[in-house]
Write a protein that binds this ligand. Structure first.
Ligand SMILES: [Zn+2]
Length: 141
């Protein structure tokens, strides 16, 4: 995405406030762009119907209907809930050209998005998101 059009976060907290609100594992991923180890996250294989919210600010980010089995070790979605729910930003760290996915509301790190992997999803995109960045709110009947 063009960095000029990137919106400022609606939820702004100091580093100290984030540290107090989040667990060390959450802080490391959400605020320091860490990555949880594959196949360890609580939502990797979850099929429960509901909405996945940002664990830092509660913004609605993904729906369970767009989650698919990628076998990559992290929860994978083929599209965010709304186009403006997330921000996509070029990430050339670790010697790789990747696209980072951030929460549009608080700019916390969620994961990365990959395209053209041939998963056969409607978008050919894989939003590879850390479980620790999300909170699943199950649908109520
Ligand atoms: Zn957020």
């Amino acid at each position: 995405m063009d960095p000029v059009t990137e919106r400022a976060p609606k939820v702004v907290k100091s580093d100290q406030e984030w540290r107090e609100q989040l667990s060390p594992a959450e802080y490391q991923v959400l605020r320091q762009a860490g990555t949880e180890r594959p196949f360890t996250g609580e939502y990797t294989d979850t099929k429960t119907a509901g909405v996945y919210e940002c664990r830092a600010c509660g913004a609605e980010l993904f729906r369970s209907e767009t989650k698919f089995e990628s076998h990559c070790g992290w929860p994978s979605f083929f599209t965010p809930l709304a186009g403006d729910a997330v921000i996509e930003r070029a990430d050339n760290s670790l010697g790789m050209r990747r696209v980072e996915v951030l929460c549009a509301s608080c700019h916390s790190h969620l994961g990365h998005v990959f395209e053209g992997e041939g998963y056969g999803t409607p978008t050919d995109l894989r939003y590879c998101i850390n479980s620790v960045s999300l909170t699943l709110v199950p649908e109520t009947e």
